[in-house]
Design a protein around this ligand. Structure first.
Ligand SMILES: N[C@@H](CCC(=O)N[C@@H](CS)C(=O)NCC(=O)O)C(=O)O
Length: 185
């Protein structure tokens, strides 16, 4: 049975979609009419009782929260099982993206208080390596890269002061899977 991804237009479902596209994992995208409140209707609440997207149904597995979905997809579709250290590091970056970076960039008072500190630290990490974990793109980059890219589009954050971040975002946003999923191209 094909994996079903539930999302709305311009929602965090695009983050999950980016990974699915990167890995050529077959999926069916179920577009909810968020304006009409379809995410709060019983059919969808049976999938995610919190009433938010994204959510996936993959066979018997139901999963919601974009970060949890990304980590599920890595485990489920990895060609070879991940070792414990890699799983831990991927989870660390996905949690950082969802719980620290997104809040630090998108909540104005937080951005003023600690945006520069977060970006300076991240810039130092990315100056050492083009990817956050290992030597190829992982869910860590999908999670962190999505928020970095969204911040330029939604809250006019710029990365002129952060050369490595600027290069990282530029490289990620050129990827065909990013364009399909995030830009809808
Ligand atoms: N932390 C959650 C956030 C989910 C979330 O806030 N989703 C928004 C769309 S991006 C939503 O469903 N909003 C509709 C609503 O709250 O009714 C995740 O990363 O999945």
């Amino acid at each position: 049975m094909t994996l079903k991804l539930y999302g709305g237009a311009r929602t965090r479902a695009s983050i999950v979609r980016w990974y699915l596209e990167e890995k050529s994992i077959p999926y069916e995208f179920i577009l909810l009419d968020m304006q009409a409140g379809e995410q709060r209707k019983p059919d969808f609440l049976a999938i995610n009782p919190i009433g938010k997207v994204p959510a996936i149904v993959d066979g018997e597995i139901i999963c919601w929260e974009s970060g949890a979905i990304l980590l599920y997809l890595v485990e489920k579709y990895a060609p070879t099982p991940l070792d414990f250290a890699t799983r831990t590091t991927l989870a660390q970056w996905v949690m950082f993206a969802n719980a620290t970076l997104s809040v630090g960039l998108f909540v104005e008072s937080n951005r003023e208080r600690e945006g520069d500190r977060l970006l300076t630290s991240l810039n130092q990490v990315l100056a050492q390596s083009p990817y956050l974990v290992g030597d190829e793109l992982t869910v860590a980059d999908i999670a962190v890269g999505s928020y970095l890219a969204y911040a330029t589009m939604m809250v006019q954050v710029t990365y002129e002061k952060y050369e490595a971040i600027a290069a990282y975002v530029e490289a990620l946003t050129q990827r065909p899977a990013y364009k399909t999923a995030i830009l809808g191209m």
